[in-house]
Design a protein around this ligand. Sequence first.
Ligand code: ADP
Ligand code: ZN
Length: 730
Amino acid sequence: MADLFQDVSAGGGRCVAVLVPYPVDKAYDYLVPNDMEVEPGDYVLVPLGNRQVTGVVWGEAHDDVPAKKLKTIIHKYILPPMEKHMCDFIDWVARYTLNPVGSVLKMALNVPAALEPPLTTTLYYLKTEGDKLTPTQDKVIKALGSQKMMQADLARSAGVSAGVIKTLADKGVLSTIEAASPPPCCNPKTDFSNISLSPEQQKAANSLTGAVSAQKADILMLDGVTGSGKTEVYFEAVAKTLAMGKQVLILMPEIALSNAFIDRFEKRFGCKPALWHSSLTPANRRITWRGIAESQCRVVVGARSALFLPFSDLGLIIVDESHDGSYKQEEGVIYHARDMAVVRGHLSNAPVVLASATPALETMHNVWEGRYQHIRLPERHGGASMPDIHIIDLREDKPARQSFLSPTLLEAIKETTEQGAQSLLFLNRRGYAPLTLCRTCGYRFECPRCTAWLVEHRHPNGLNCHHCGYGIPIPEKCPECGEEDSLAPCGPGIERIEEEAKSHFPDARIAVLSSDISEDQSELRKMLDQIRRHKYDIVIGTQIIAKGHHFPKLATVGIVDADIGLHGGDLRAAERSFQLLHQVAGRAGRELGVQGRVFLQSFNPSSRVIEALASGDRDQFLDVEAEERKAANMPPYARLGAIIIFCVDEDVTIATARNLAKCAPNGPGLVTYGPAQAPLYRIRGRYRYRFLVHAEKHLNIQKAISDWRALVKIPSTVKVQIDIDPQSFL
Ligand code: ADP
Ligand code: ZN
């Protein structure tokens, strides 16, 4: 080491800039040891303060620190460097979202263990053809073929116990080696199975494969009603990309990473896709991340964070259910994965396919402006018809007292069950009741830490905050007036709908699904499978069941409260409500021979959303929506940026909001609104204020906000969140 430093002061050392995954705005200079070769994108270990951290060589040194003060790179990892397109993408996201570039790198570098050499495990392979094998042992030989497999995987795919494998090894039929187990999806087969597409589907598929062959960053909006075969169509583009030797990323709203999709993929390509979502095991993350960096994993299906995986040869990105709200990350680096996918595709010269039955207005606006290609699949595959929509006016078709299902809807469920088909009741509210109050004194249970009512749950029993997790058992008497048996649940959650359904249909098999059970993803997946296999007559669920599922026997859908999404009244309330209800409705009657019926319960049946759902005229709905946004000069016709500040100390929050207000940007074409108390004024004990910057489309809203931010000294206890293109206004 000492020698190296002498070299440097003699002017012989080389320096490079290394970006570290911490909230830093730029890469820092480091010395490169004489015996090390580095190039941009290399993963390296460097000293930072008194720690050693992993970073990425970001480019030439800035030469802004005297050589004597520089520290030296400790180690370079043996791994293909991060691709230039990926580094550019990280820089781009940082600039667009106004986050330190190191914070964005952190999202791309969140599996440090993957940089280490891969772990080895014991793999089994076939040594000799044994004779006189039992049928069970034969299964193992068949499943193994010429592969090398881990014991557990082999046992699972052969459908035998681990003991059978051990016996075969003892007999010398199988042998073992220590090797790294191969990453998932190394060898998908483009022609493993084929279905014949309808002429319309084929035409759509040709547009997609054409874009893949051209290796241009085209953006294609694949716009088709639910059940029209969008997935089958984009699978053709996946096959084309694989045939060209490139990698594919398929983004999905997290919950849709269901067995059903994975099975379908496996049937088409002969192996499972690599998965990327929050409940992967650490070992799986490690092997997948590295497999992607080494270009071994060919297809990744993931939630929004998969956008930050180190693909080295990306040839296609698909954003399925591209309108879905869960593509927006609302914490840390706030970004919209749909929009960033478009950017990533652009930087990598890869086409991006946005698939949806209810595209976002932003997306349609780009179609209208000619920026995105529009590919339509207007009909359900194979002649399955769209469901019939019935509006139930709750003012006339009244549910019984303290009940929520109207006579018409109950009758439809009864018929459906008798016909041996399935019904779905949709209500986007977890728990038993959204509010509990005292009938004697009017006391309402509120979260002590959040601006929110406590939600009553019966399984298990409790009053819980859905924002911070605070919870208490349901008390016997009112904490305010002390009256016993005076607490009353107000309004329905899905548990209450379950109670009501049970009382009407005591013999029906009823499933209740919400994110309350989904903490354990495997439990949720199991239930979804059982629903597909018709183990339930009535399914009651929140939006978790709205997305992408295909339940063959589902004939009747009841939307318990079609007005619910409109209460918030933000910019996109109508649009979001339409998307969600349309998607739920689209679960009904997806197979030929099952005529779908949808019942929408509403107190306001003449609202635009309900009328659009009833008439099925999505395009007209979008036209009106677009007119309204244009008249109000709102996105996509203008730009918005939100600044949210929060702190546990209310006075400090208010003082900071005032200081920011003093120099808020205002000028031609740009206005700052606020500060205003956030609608969710308190979350987890922190007080929140919001500003909203509104700018004409051609103005640089990022510059206005970052200049403003730099003018004000913000106390260290106050957090500032910047949300460009906000979706949530809470
Ligand atoms: P979407 O993604 O538009 O909702 P899917 O691709 O899931 O539609 O197709 C709906 C159903 O129809 C699926 O079960 C799918 O396998 C089937 N399907 C679609 N196109 C075809 C086809 N050309 N041949 C056979 N089955 C098809
Ligand atoms: Zn709370």
